[in-house]
Design a protein around this ligand. Structure first.
Ligand code: ADP
Ligand code: MG
Length: 628
């Protein structure tokens, strides 16, 4: 959020209860908005940012409320001690429920959350020591420094202090190393794993984080209401919280406050107006909410917050907006690098690797060796099995048989995450970046394993020096590949060719010994290809080993030391570029399928007319002819 707006909002929150003209019911209403905001903020992170839908958050509010109700009334403990116990109980419950339900994919996850949401609700209602459906009454009000928070104007400050702190912490978290990993959960899980990010762990972390916020809300609620009963912790409320997140804007932390405020205010008004219109009392507001939900999903997918933020920006001309920092990140100490293998030593040894998809042999016992400081090309017509070979080396696919050795380790038994840890960086044939994240942040994701920052440190902004190192490294890699002018651009706004280059920078940020690039030059203009070739050549001089799949024959022939040619999954030739260009089997593979080849375009990114786009013009290209 923009600075000026932030100050205005904080000033309003602080001053409102102090003004004698502010009606008491406003304060009460705002207390409920604040409590809901805490729960919804958890959902913004869980559902909006990470793509994990939960209908069960109200149950965690219930754990917070019931825990403090029971420990303070039955055991006579202090509410603050009860808060610690409630948070610990929520932590355990969320951890266990998360471990079970976060494995569920697609629609099964929301269904799972409904199931345990209902279970906890019925548990509250049926346990006799929790008062069954009558609940627990006689809860004492909170007291801070001797001041009783029984008055709604007093507890207001506690609630909104918690909301502002939670917003601050959540913003900090999202804007950090663990935050980038969390932001990759929704659409980039496979990519994230390829950079060493343990996505299952981060899912559990956001799940627990959201549950703890809900618990805090329940704890305050119990002491504000002075009584608890099961109904506010049922599925209806779970749905309502989710609704608030969607309406407010589930991708921004401020969407939580906007959504909670809008929905609770609307509900209040509708409960006054609708019974008058219909002449009877019932939950008519649910019908209006249903219609509203459809409209929001149709016309404002992002919710109300992005629209408000846009208006505000138009109004103020973007003044005070600190998100558009133009300067590159500040200088910071360089990250440590892993030792490089001696030039000429064997880095990668692929031994008779094989992959079958049902009856199709996509990779048929392929073997080759790659040395330190060498660029190897893997070429062949579309469908030859090049990308599959990449995926076998990087652990995305499990080999049917064969071995992959990398320095002193075997890769074919490891998952992608571990392979990345050993020093294998990659780009993807179909670019996999996070379009809403800046170019800089996308590249910083690549450096994930090079520094460690915990969630708590990130939320408290205690990670700034490490964050500076990561961002500095990302900026250095972006400058190296020629994207230094686009650091704060959203990655989705780059041209396809630039997105491919971004992927190379991201792979470099992981400090690899071996770099696997799947069609890096596709979609690049001639001059950009030359610049890319210069970068790769420089990397080779620094001792990097590069394995390259590429359709542009000029590019491959001029750059590589060594080429392996595949056709229908089988290695048909291997040698220097000169040997390959005159190899009869290779010419046969390209020439023999000339009619087909005319239909065969590189399988990602439209090649530009007139560039030597590999398989489309194999003859000239194979003869070493230049198209430009
Ligand atoms: P290339 O990258 O050389 O164009 P691929 O490695 O993508 O080729 O594909 C090799 C063959 O394996 C193709 O026939 C393709 O259809 C098939 N293939 C690739 N991935 C899968 C998969 N996940 N399931 C089934 N078949 C696949
Ligand atoms: Mg491919």
């Amino acid at each position: 959020m923009n600075r000026i707006l932030l100050h205005v909002v904080i000033a309003v929150i602080v001053l409102l209860p102090l003004l004698p003209v502010t009606p008491a019911f406003w304060i009460t209403h705002l207390n409920y908005v604040g409590l809901a905001s805490l729960v919804v903020l958890g959902l913004v992170l869980l559902t909006g940012v990470s793509g994990l839908t939960s209908f069960g958050q109200a149950a965690f509010v219930g754990i917070g409320a019931y825990a403090t109700a029971w420990f303070t009334t039955q055991m006579g403990w202090s509410p603050w001690l009860a808060l610690l116990i409630a948070l610990a109980m929520t932590f355990v419950a969320a951890y266990v429920l998360g471990a079970i339900s976060l494995r569920l994919s697609g629609h099964y996850l929301p269904l799972g959350t409904i199931a345990w949401g209902l279970s906890l609700y019925y548990l509250f209602g049926n346990l006799s020591f929790l008062g069954q459906h009558d609940g627990i009454a006689g809860i004492q009000p909170l007291e801070v420094f001797g001041i009783s928070l029984a008055d709604s104007r007093n507890i207001y400050y506690l609630i909104w202090a918690c909301v502002l702190l939670a917003l601050w912490g959540s913003r900090n978290l999202l804007d950090s190393r663990p935050g980038r990993a969390i932001r990759a959960l929704k659409s980039g899980q496979g990519m994230a794993e390829s950079f060493g990010i343990d996505t299952a762990r981060y899912k559990t972390i956001v799940f627990v984080y959201a549950a703890l916020l809900a618990c805090l809300s329940g704890w305050i609620y119990a002491h504000m209401q002075r009584a608890v009963s099961p109904s506010p912790f049922g599925l209806n409320y779970g749905i309502e919280y989710l609704f608030m997140a969607v309406v407010g804007g589930a991708s921004s932390v401020w969407g939580a406050v906007v959504g909670a405020g809008l929905i609770l205010t609307l509900k209040d008004q509708l409960q006054n107006i609708l019974p008058v219109i219909f002449g009877q009392n019932s939950n008519f507001e649910l019908i209006v909410f249903g219609v509203l939900m459809v409209l929001v999903l149709q016309y404002a997918r992002g919710g109300v917050w992005p629209i408000l933020a846009h208006w505000w920006e138009a109004l103020t001309g973007g003044a005070g907006d600190d998100t558009r920092r133009k300067n590159p990140p500040a200088e910071a100490p360089a990250l440590s690098q892993r030792p490089r293998p001696t030039p000429g030593s064997v880095v990668l040894q692929v031994e008779a690797i094989r992959k079958e998809f049902g009856g199709l042999v996509a990779v048929n016992d392929i073997s080759f060796t790659l040395k330190a400081g060498e660029i190897m090309g893997l070429i062949g017509p579309n469908g030859a099995g090049k990308s599959t070979t990449f995926n076998l080396i990087t652990g995305v696919l499990k080999a049917t048989s064969g071995r992959v050795r990398f320095l002193n380790d075997r890769l074919d038994t490891l998952p992608a995450r571990e392979i990345s840890r050993l020093g294998v960086g990659r780009s993807f044939q179909h670019v996999q970046l996070l379009p809403d994240m800046t170019v800089l942040e996308n590249v910083a994701l690549g450096a994930h394993l090079r520094r460690n920052v915990g969630v708590v440190a990130a939320a408290l902004h205690a990670d700034r020096s490490i964050e500076a190192e990561l961002l500095h490294e990302a900026a250095v890699q972006l400058q190296r590949v020629g994207l230094g002018d686009y650091l704060y651009e959203h990655a989705g706004n780059l041209a396809l060719g630039q997105q491919r280059i971004l992927e190379i920078a991201r792979a470099l940020a992981s400090d690899p010994v071996l770099l696997l690039l799947d069609e890096p030059a596709a979609g690049l203009r001639y001059k950009e290809k030359q610049e890319l070739a210069a970068v790769l050549d420089q990397l080779r001089k620094e001792g990097m080993s590069i394995l390259l799949v590429e359709h542009d024959m000029d590019f491959v022939m001029n750059l590589t030391d060594h080429i392996v040619v595949m056709d229908f999954g089988t290695k048909i030739a291997e040698g220097t570029p000169e040997e390959i260009q005159t190899n009869p089997a290779v010419l046969e593979a390209y020439l023999g399928g000339i009619d087909d080849d005319l239909d065969v375009t590189p399988d990602a990114g439209a090649p530009e007319p007139g560039t030597a786009a590999g398989a489309t013009v194999p003859v000239g290209a194979m003869a070493g002819g230049s198209s430009k």
